[in-house]
Design a protein around this ligand. Structure first.
Ligand SMILES: [Ca+2]
Length: 273
């Protein structure tokens, strides 16, 4: 948010500077040399137009060259379940889902529960949540989760999967969850550039064995994504878990620094310290 405020403030300052410049700059009527403060409006019209045009062109290029903080990436999408529709999100392994219109974070949300003790899992096997996440430049997965107080439920994982024949890759580096009856946001770093070793170093893992037919590298999995799931362990029967604001994005900055990822940057003089 601070970055956004700084970005907006900077752009507003450009506008103010522009108006001040146009108001103050004066071109002499006689010589056409230098700047004066008193006779701009006596300057021939063509000179005034030329001066303003030159300054405008300069400002347009200057602003266009300013790095943008509003990062987007081709595969980004999000879901807030505010319309009462599951929007192709489903329950797995006996998980029953519904979409209450209130009680979310905010508005509607995806509610999921089981009739027996076990893992509550929700996920999506359809576009835009599946497909090529490498081309989509996805660098972050996040979701808000609500766990009823006193359930003793303390762990969860995110899972990306290439096909039903593979287990895929899991991220469960969230620490101990709070079963406090409040909404909490959980996020996992991800990168379209990571080797398996880099993915593992970032907290991802797979039970599949290298060399087995069902083994796919981290990048092979992201290139042909067939399912994204969120699982909560181990939930007592009839204790509904809430999910809201599912999101895949490129993160705040496209360079991935928000995830502690420097893999796409090389060490050069001045950066190496
Ligand atoms: Ca919502």
């Amino acid at each position: 948010m601070d970055s956004c405020k700084g970005y907006i403030t900077k752009r507003l300052r450009y506008c103010v500077d522009w108006f001040l410049l146009v108001s103050v700059v004066r071109i002499p009527a006689d010589s056409g040399k230098g700047m004066q403060m008193d006779n701009f409006f006596e300057t021939p019209l063509n000179k005034r137009i030329a001066a303003v045009s030159a300054i405008t062109v300069f400002m347009v290029f200057f602003i266009a060259a300013t790095p943008s903080f509003a990062q987007t990436c081709p595969g980004a999408t999000q879901e807030g379940w505010d319309g009462g529709d599951t929007n192709l999100w489903i329950g797995f392994v006996g998980t029953i889902v519904s979409t209450p219109l209130t009680g979310g974070n905010p508005g509607g949300y995806l509610e999921a529960e089981k009739t027996t003790l076990g893992q509550v899992t929700v996920g999506n096997e359809s576009p835009p949540w599946t497909g090529d996440w490498v081309a989509g430049e996805i660098r972050k997965i996040s979701i808000d989760v609500y766990i009823p107080g006193g359930t003793g439920t303390t762990s969860m994982n995110f899972r990306v999967r290439r096909s039903a024949s593979s287990n895929g890759w899991y991220y469960d580096s969230f620490g101990s969850l709070a079963d406090d009856g409040l909404w909490h946001t959980f996020a996992a770093p991800i990168s379209p550039t990571w080797s398996d070793a880099q993915a593992i170093a970032a907290g991802w893992s797979t039970p599949d064995i290298v060399g087995n037919p069902n083994y796919y590298t981290f990048i092979e999995t992201l290139t042909v994504m067939s399912a994204l799931t969120f699982s909560i362990n181990t939930v007592p029967a009839d204790n509904p878990i809430g999910f809201d604001n599912a999101d895949i994005s490129c993160g705040l900055f496209a360079d991935g620094f928000e995830s502690g990822d420097t893999s796409v940057w090389s060490e050069t003089e001045g950066l190496s310290g």
